[in-house]
Design a protein around this ligand. Structure first.
Ligand SMILES: C[S@@+](CC[C@H](N)C(=O)[O-])C[C@H]1O[C@@H](n2cnc3c(N)ncnc32)[C@H](O)[C@@H]1O
Length: 245
């Protein structure tokens, strides 16, 4: 049976929301301090400054009205988006994450971000953003989600979306955890049986970039810029693009 990653994130949001976003020991509940939390948000501001600069350099100045941050977590990236958008929707499946994100928005007097569990019906957006999220969702579901996010984009709207496509030997955690038996023919690894799932753990998956590029192309996002990421053996790309039609 396929892993229920939504259930995993619900549990992580209740138990270790900060570590669930940035998995370093200083973000565990036992260690976290107000100072570390500020560093957590400062890192998000730096990341989004780079994202905005990259979008502006390659696709021209951006003036988004409505922003959509998919897998918003604790608002680390939604808050900087709220500085340049009139309104931001931070979509996250985990109630614990959304609750803490709302608390943090209040503390920071940020009033133009709404944290919601799904993309609101008929939403039209000018910027879709997602970072270190799709990697945790089974690709067969992730492709549908990506399509639905792209469908919200207005012509001229921009995308900054991170997707993983391969792992190297430094990170075989999900593989070792999930495979009970497999078939390897020298080229292709096929799972035969899965280990029993222990809910509440993070998983890492790899997307087929042909499918991803086709989704962007069909959505009218045809000029795409890629920037490589490597998180300890998990290889991904930031996709930057603008919807032209
Ligand atoms: C590693 S965190 C990243 C949070 C945020 N993007 C950041 O960089 O600060 C991944 C987030 O994606 C959320 N998530 C996972 N699966 C999701 C889904 N199917 N729909 C919406 N959110 C999801 C999790 O609850 C979690 O908050």
């Amino acid at each position: 049976m396929a892993r229920d990653t939504a259930e995993d994130w619900k549990r992580i949001g209740e138990t270790e929301p900060w570590w669930g976003v940035l998995s370093a020991p200083e973000f565990l509940q036992a260690n976290i301090t107000e100072e570390t939390k500020e560093r957590f948000y400062a890192q998000g501001r730096d990341e989004m400054a780079w994202v905005m600069e990259t979008l502006a350099q390659h696709f021209g100045a951006i003036k988004p009205d409505v922003g959509l941050d998919f897998g918003a977590g604790l608002g680390r990236l939604s808050f900087p988006m709220a500085h340049v958008c009139r309104e931001v929707y931070g979509v996250d499946i985990s109630p614990g994450m959304r609750q803490e994100a709302e608390r943090q928005a209040q503390r920071r007097e940020i009033q133009n971000v709404r944290f919601v569990d799904t993309v609101p019906d008929n939403l039209q957006s000018d910027w879709i953003n997602s970072y270190i999220v799709f990697q945790h969702i089974l690709p067969r579901m992730g492709y549908h989600i990506l399509r639905s996010l792209c469908a919200t984009l207005n012509p001229g709207g921009v995308a900054s979306v991170h997707m993983t496509f391969a792992h190297d030997s430094r990170d075989n955690n999900t593989l070792v955890r999930d495979l009970l038996s497999w078939r390897f023919d020298g080229d292709t690894l096929t799972a035969l049986e899965n280990n029993e799932h222990r809910p509440g753990e993070q998983s890492m998956y790899d997307y087929d970039m042909n499918v991803v590029l086709m989704i962007f192309a069909r959505a009218g996002i045809r000029d795409v810029l890629l920037r490589h990421t490597d998180h300890g053996g998990a290889h991904g790309y930031w996709f930057f693009g603008r919807k032209t039609h």
